[in-house]
Design a protein around this ligand. Structure first.
Ligand code: MEV
Length: 309
């Protein structure tokens, strides 16, 4: 069996989505591919499978496989802990490959199992990453039922309704700080602030409102407005305490050639995303300052079963 899944980037609403506020994310044209063969023992890229290194793969097997040992080969374009959803991508590719042995694979099953795997592996807070890399294109997560509804996921009293959203061909650059921050730790930090401080709860609500106000500019391709909202979203994330001096420096560099830029994903390290007409300039400026940067496009395709026996 063979399947692949894309990377993702959150355009609006990370962290707030954990509390049921709206968020918008898109899939990116960087992919993870997983090949799965029957084997004599469980191996990953030629090494025995170990909980410590292969926890997502292992938990995907736990939930989706009851046959014999497997030889697994993975290949990914996505740097780990970069905020581009490398764990969601490998999880979804693995689930799609395993389910493909039992027949046709549908998006909703993959997205729901993907969320479960992330949840048992790292206590994942919301299904935004796994649903985005499953569906591809753009998704809007909101508790309210809207047009282009796809499926819903519920956990610990929070309901996330996943919707398809039309997004234009955005020219994005993702800049990786090289700092590998733990999503679980960043989510826990914001949760403490949220639980004890009503101001933090107001900021989370404000992020939700801002996310909804980005739908129209996205649909009408109003890049100036989208960029302005990205900058504002970044200010609100900074108040929540997930920015980092290195990310701030990267944002300053990127903004010189961009409509707007923000941290993306859990923060505390990881990546920034910039919306720009000058992708090469932004990549060059970030590279000159010593950062890895990727010129990315939206992937219309979510997971793909490549090869099925
Ligand atoms: C991480 O990509 C996004 C967070 O909102 C966590 C989550 O939603 O699971 C920070």
């Amino acid at each position: 069996m063979e399947a692949s899944a894309p990377a993702k980037v959150i355009l609006f609403g990370e962290h707030a989505v954990v509390y049921g506020e709206p968020a918008i994310a898109v899939a990116l044209n960087l992919r993870t591919t997983v090949e799965v063969y029957p084997g004599s023992e469980y191996t990953v890229n030629g090494y025995p499978m170990q909980d410590k290194y292969h926890s997502y793969i292992r938990n995907a097997i736990k939930l989706c496989w009851d046959n014999g040992p497997l030889e697994i080969i993975t290949q990914s374009d996505i740097p780990s802990s970069s905020g581009m959803g490398s764990s969601a991508s490998i999880t979804v590719a693995m689930i799609a490959a395993l389910l493909s042995s039992k027949g046709a694979v549908n998006e909703e099953d993959v997205a729901k199992l993907g969320f479960e795997v992330e949840y048992i592996t790292q206590g994942r807070a919301s299904p935004i990453d796994t649903s985005t890399v499953t569906h591809g294109k753009g998704i809007l997560v909101d508790k309210t039922l809207r047009e282009n509804y796809l499926w819903e996921i519920e956990k610990n009293g929070v309901v996330w309704r996943i919707h398809h959203i039309e997004v234009p061909e955005l020219k994005l650059v993702v800049g990786f700080s090289g700092i590998r921050a733990s999503t679980a730790e960043m989510v826990a930090r914001v949760r403490r602030f949220y639980q004890w401080n009503s101001f933090a709860r107001d900021v989370v609500k404000e992020i939700g409102k801002l996310t909804l106000s980005a739908i129209e500019p996205l649909e009408s391709e109003d890049y100036e407005k989208i960029g302005e909202l990205m900058d504002k979203n970044n200010k609100l994330l900074t108040i929540l305490g997930v920015n980092h001096p290195v990310l701030k420096k990267m944002l300053e560099i990127a903004r010189k050639h961009s409509y707007g830029a923000k941290i993306t994903g859990a923060g505390g390290g990881g990546s920034i995303v910039a919306l720009t007409d000058e992708q090469d300039e932004v990549v060059k400026a970030l590279n000159s300052a010593g950062f890895e940067a990727y010129k990315v496009r939206i992937s219309r395709e979510g997971f793909r079963v490549e090869n099925q026996n």
